[in-house]
Design a protein around this ligand. Structure first.
Ligand SMILES: Cc1cc2nc3c(=O)[nH]c(=O)nc-3n(C[C@H](O)[C@H](O)[C@H](O)COP(=O)(O)OP(=O)(O)OC[C@H]3O[C@@H](n4cnc5c(N)ncnc54)[C@H](O)[C@@H]3O)c2cc1C
Length: 133
C-alpha cells in the first residue's frame, strides 16, 4: 500500500496497472486488471481507492485448475510404500537383498534440495547396509 502511495507522489502520471506490474507479475496484473478496475493514472487514485485495491488484492484467492502432468513434473512419489521398507537400511521387508532408494520410494519434499537429499541419504543408508552385510 505504501509503495503505491509513495509512487503516486513521485510518478503520479504513470498508469496504475503499469506501476502495479512493478510489484506483481505483469501477466497477473493484466489478467486481473478488469476485475480490479485498474485504469487511469496513479494521481487519480485516492487513498481510499488504493486501500480498497490492496484489500481486494490481499483477499484474492488463487485456485489452480490442474497440473501440467508429467511433461513438466520435477518430482514424483515413485510408488514403493515406505511401510514395506526398513527405514534404517531401505531393504524390502519381504524380499531379502532387495533395496529401494530415492524417488522410487513414496517420499517427496519441497523443491530446493530436499529430494536430492533424500536420494543421496537413502542411497547412502542402503549402501552402508549392503557393504556391512
Ligand atoms: C527438471 C527437474 C528439476 C528438479 N529440481 C530439483 C531441485 O531443485 N531440488 C530437488 O531436491 N530435487 C529436484 N528434482 C528432483 C530430483 O532430481 C529427484 O528427486 C532425484 O534426482 C531422484 O534421484 P534418484 O536417484 O532416485 O532418481 P534419478 O535421479 O531419476 O536416477 C535414476 C537413474 O536411473 C537410470 N535408469 C532408469 N532406468 C534404468 C534402467 N532400466 N537401467 C539402468 N539405469 C536406469 C536413469 O537414467 C537415472 O540416471 C528435480 C527433477 C527434475 C526432473
Amino acid at each position: 500500500m505504501d509503495a503505491l502511495r509513495d509512487k503516486r507522489q513521485t510518478a503520479g502520471r504513470r498508469n496504475i496497472a503499469t506501476e502495479l506490474s512493478a510489484l506483481l507479475p505483469a501477466r497477473l496484473v493484466g489478467h486481473i486488471a478488469d476485475d480490479l478496475g485498474l485504469s487511469g493514472n496513479l494521481a487519480d487514485w485516492s487513498d481510499a481507492r488504493v486501500t480498497d485495491l490492496v484489500t481486494r488484492l490481499r483477499a484474492w484467492h488463487l485456485r489452480p485448475s490442474g497440473t501440467e502432468g508429467y511433461r513438466t513434473a520435477e518430482v514424483t512419489v515413485g510408488g514403493i510404500n515406505t511401510d514395506d521398507l526398513s527405514s534404517k537400511t531401505m531393504a524390502a521387508k519381504s524380499v531379502p537383498g532387495l533395496y529401494f532408494i530415492g524417488e522410487a520410494v513414496d517420499v517427496t519434499g519441497w523443491l530446493g534440495g530436499y529430494n536430492f537429499q533424500w536420494a543421496w541419504s537413502s542411497g547412502w543408508a542402503a549402501a552402508q547396509a549392503i557393504t556391512a552385510g
